[in-house]
Design a protein around this ligand. Structure first.
Ligand SMILES: O=P(O)(O)O[C@@H]1C[C@H](O)[C@@H](CO)O1
Length: 328
C-alpha cells in the first residue's frame, strides 16, 4: 500500500523511490526516473473495494440498499439514520479523508424509514487533489455492500435565472466538463465485474424517482421551490468567471458545482439507480458588476444549506419511504 500521494492508492507500493502498481508498472517516480502514470482504474482494484465493503458490512451487520452522499452543509441527511453504526473515514482501510469544511468525514450505516441505508457524511472532490476514480471509489464500495439506489446531493450555484437561493433542482441530466477535458473516473483498464467498457449515460437519472420527488414536493407544499434541470461539475476549487457562467448557460446548464457527476458515472457504470439533487445556495451572476455580494463564497453556501436542511431531509426521507414501501 502506498502511503505517499505519488501513486495515490492502495494498488501501489514503493520500491526505493519508485511507486509500483499491482501489475508491476512503475509510476510516480520520486527521483527523476521515467514516470508511467497509473491509470485511474488501477488505483482501487476490485479486491480492495471488496475488502472495504466487507469491513463495512461485517462491522455494521447490515447490507444497505440505499446509499446517500451528503453535499456541502447537508450532513444532517445522515443524522436522520436510526441505530447508526459510524465509521470514521480514517478508520476505514484504504479510505481517503475529507478535507473540506462542511464534510464531516464519516460513513453512517443504519435504517431510515425502514430501509437499510449507508450515508457518506463528507464526499471527495477533485480539487482536494484526489483523482476522480478515488473521489467516486466509495460508490463502488456501496455497490459491493449491496446498494441498489444512489442518492447524491450537492450545493450548487443557480445559473438558470428563474432559480432562487434555497430552491432545489432535481437533476435530470448533466454536462460533464471534466469529461470534455478528457478526465473520467472510468479511465484505464475496465473491470467488467463493475460494468461495461462503454457505459451509456442517457437516462442516468431515474425518471420514476424524479416524478415521485415532484409528488412529494407538492405534498410538502414546496413545489414552487422545486425545479428539474441540468447540473454541471467544474474542477474547482475556484468559483466560476462570468464568461464561464455565460458559456455554461448557453450549453443548457441550470446549476453548477464541483462534484456529483463522477459519482453518477461510477454508479451508472455498475447499474445503480440514481436520484440526485442540487440545493441552490447562491445565484450565479451572468452579467459583469462590481457588487461584492454577487460573488459566491463557501460561508454563504454552508449557511443556506443549514437553513434548508429540514426540507432536504424531508424530501429524502419521504422518497426513501416510498422506495421501501414499494418493495415491502
Ligand atoms: O460537495 P458539494 O458539491 O455539495 O460542495 C460544493 C462544491 C464545493 O465543494 C463547495 C463550494 O462552496 O460546495
Amino acid at each position: 500500500m502506498c502511503s505517499r500521494d505519488c501513486c495515490s492508492g492502495p494498488g501501489g507500493s514503493h520500491r526505493g523511490n519508485t511507486c509500483t502498481d499491482k501489475k508491476g508498472a512503475k509510476s510516480g517516480s520520486l527521483a527523476g526516473e521515467k514516470i508511467i502514470p497509473t491509470p485511474q482504474s488501477l488505483l482501487y482494484p476490485y479486491e480492495v473495494i471488496e475488502e472495504i465493503a466487507d469491513f463495512i458490512t461485517k462491522g455494521s451487520g447490515m447490507r444497505p440498499r440505499i446509499g446517500i452522499i451528503c453535499g456541502s452543509g447537508l450532513g444532517s441527511l445522515a443524522d436522520m439514520i436510526q441505530d447508526p453504526k459510524i465509521f470514521e473515514y480514517e478508520k476505514i482501510p484504504n479510505f481517503p479523508v475529507s478535507t473540506v469544511e462542511g464534510h464531516a468525514g464519516r460513513l453512517v450505516v443504519g435504517t431510515l424509514e425502514g430501509a437499510t441505508v449507508m450515508a457518506m457524511q463528507g464526499r471527495f472532490h477533485f480539487y482536494e487533489g484526489y483523482p476522480l476514480a478515488k473521489c467516486s471509489m466509495p460508490v463502488r464500495v456501496m455497490k459491493l455492500c449491496g446498494v441498489e439506489y444512489l442518492f447524491a446531493t450537492n450545493a450548487a450555484g443557480g445559473i438558470n435565472p428563474r432559480f432562487q437561493v434555497g430552491d432545489i433542482m432535481l437533476m435530470h441530466d448533466h454536462v460533464n466538463m471534466l469529461g470534455f477535458a478528457g478526465n473520467s473516473p472510468l479511465q484505464g483498464p475496465n473491470d467488467p465485474r463493475f460494468g461495461p467498457r462503454f457505459p451509456a449515460l442517457v437516462n442516468s437519472y431515474n425518471k420514476d424517482l424524479i416524478n415521485k420527488a415532484i409528488e412529494i414536493a407538492k405534498a410538502m407544499g414546496i413545489e414552487s421551490n422545486i425545479h428539474v434541470g441540468v447540473y454541471s461539475c467544474l474542477g474547482g476549487p475556484n468559483y466560476e468567471t462570468i464568461a464561464e457562467l455565460k458559456a455554461l448557460r448557453m450549453m443548457g446548464v441550470d446549476a453548477v458545482g464541483m462534484s456529483t457527476v463522477h459519482e453518477v458515472i461510477t454508479a451508472r457504470h455498475c447499474d445503480m439507480k440514481v436520484f440526485a439533487f442540487s440545493l441552490i445556495t447562491n445565484k450565479c451572476a451572468t452579467e459583469y458588476s462590481d457588487k461584492k455580494d454577487e460573488e459566491a463564497n463557501h460561508d454563504e453556501v454552508m449557511a443556506v444549506a443549514k437553513n434548508r436542511q429540514k426540507a432536504c431531509c424531508e424530501l429524502v426521507s419521504r422518497l426513501i419511504r416510498e422506495i421501501h414501501m414499494a418493495s415491502a
